[in-house]
Design a protein around this ligand. Structure first.
Ligand code: ADE
Ligand code: ZN
Length: 325
């Protein structure tokens, strides 16, 4: 439709995207074969039948299982380039992309192999499309804090290749405050600071991410609507919220896309952005998230505001932002 086309061409950034969440089932099976990895699925139809999630954890179980097919530098390069191709088609000028090295390291891979492969894919995307991409080192919060510190040990020699640190995986029971020292150290390495908070967890976790971790953006953050004072504060401070509507729907955070509190947050003056999170699992890349909101009656003018917010909330230098506006 014309609206869908208009939403695709809006200049935008994507600020909440897990590269491992772009692993399409076809590619997962192809890499399993290429790398001799055995998966407990009987072909594509059987694998596809597993994409029904009751909550965040049931998604994470499949997401971590499929990550075992990623073995070589080329695998990571191919995965990144495939994502950047989708992103470019959806009007993305810049993407700030999470990766989960602890999982790959637990699968026996070297941190540098993972980083090299992702950087190869980013270079291919820049050459092919002029798209700008940067990496967010994401800490898996349901692994021990010592594992996060070991991750920073591995990441430190090439910290200048990283944009930011993030915090993801199972939220409830793993409050941000556990990672105070990890974030302090990451800040000392020159990284920007973001964290998932208020997806399944309470608004209190958003408050901790701000006050204890000193994050500059909140990933998801939809539960902030339970705390009106916090909504006012985040609006006043210009903190970006990276909301992911199709993710919230598929993980049963909401029962309908219309109930993702986008309009409420925009009306309160919050710097809301729209993103795809794990598009291979949740039914669409970023433009599909925009159109899903348009289908709920959110005006195209509001979606243009959101695309503008995504440029303001990104960590590109001011000249880079100006070039995207
Ligand atoms: N890892 C990948 N996607 C995630 C999400 N939506 N929440 C927490 N951890 C994740
Ligand atoms: Zn996420």
């Amino acid at each position: 439709t014309r609206t869908a086309q208009a939403l695709r061409t809006l200049p935008k950034t994507e600020l909440h995207l897990h590269i491992e969440g772009t692993l399409e089932p076809e590619l997962a099976l192809r890499l399993a074969e290429r790398n001799g990895v055995t998966l407990p699925f009987d072909g594509l139809d059987d694998l596809r039948s597993r994409y029904h999630f009751a909550d965040l954890q049931s998604f994470l179980d499949l997401y971590y299982q499929l990550m075992s097919v990623l073995r070589t530098r080329e695998d990571f390069a191919d995965l990144m380039f495939a994502y950047l191709t989708h992103a470019h088609e959806d009007g993305v000028r810049r993407a700030e992309i999470f990766f989960d090295p602890q999982v790959h390291m637990n699968n026996g891979l070297d941190y540098n192999l993972v980083l090299d492969g992702l950087q190869d894919g980013i270079a291919r995307g820049r050459d092919a499309y002029g798209i700008d991409a940067a990496l967010i080192l994401s800490v898996v919060r349901d692994l021990p804090v010592e594992s996060a510190q070991a991750l920073l040990d591995a990441a430190a020699p090439r910290a200048s290749e990283l944009l930011a640190i993030g915090l993801d995986s199972a939220e409830v029971g793993y409050p941000p405050e556990l990672f105070e020292q990890v974030y302090e150290r990451a800040a000392g390495m020159g990284l920007h600071l973001v964290a998932h908070a208020g997806e399944e967890g309470p608004a209190e976790y958003i408050r901790q991410a701000l006050d204890v971790l000193h994050v500059e953006r909140i990933d998801h953050g939809v539960r902030i609507v339970d705390d009106p004072a916090l909504v006012q504060r985040v609006a006043a401070e210009g903190i970006g919220l990276t909301v992911c509507p199709l993710s919230n729907l598929r993980l049963q955070v909401v029962d309908d896309v219309a109930n993702v509190p986008i309009r409420q947050l925009l009306d309160a003056g919050v710097r809301v952005t729209v993103n795809s999170d794990d598009p291979a699992y949740f039914g669409g890349y970023i433009a599909r998230n925009y159109t899903a909101l348009a289908e709920t009656g959110l005006p195209v003018t509001a979606l243009a505001t959101i695309a503008g917010n995504s440029i303001e909330a990104c960590f590109a230098p001011e000249e880079g932002k100006a070039a995207m506006r």
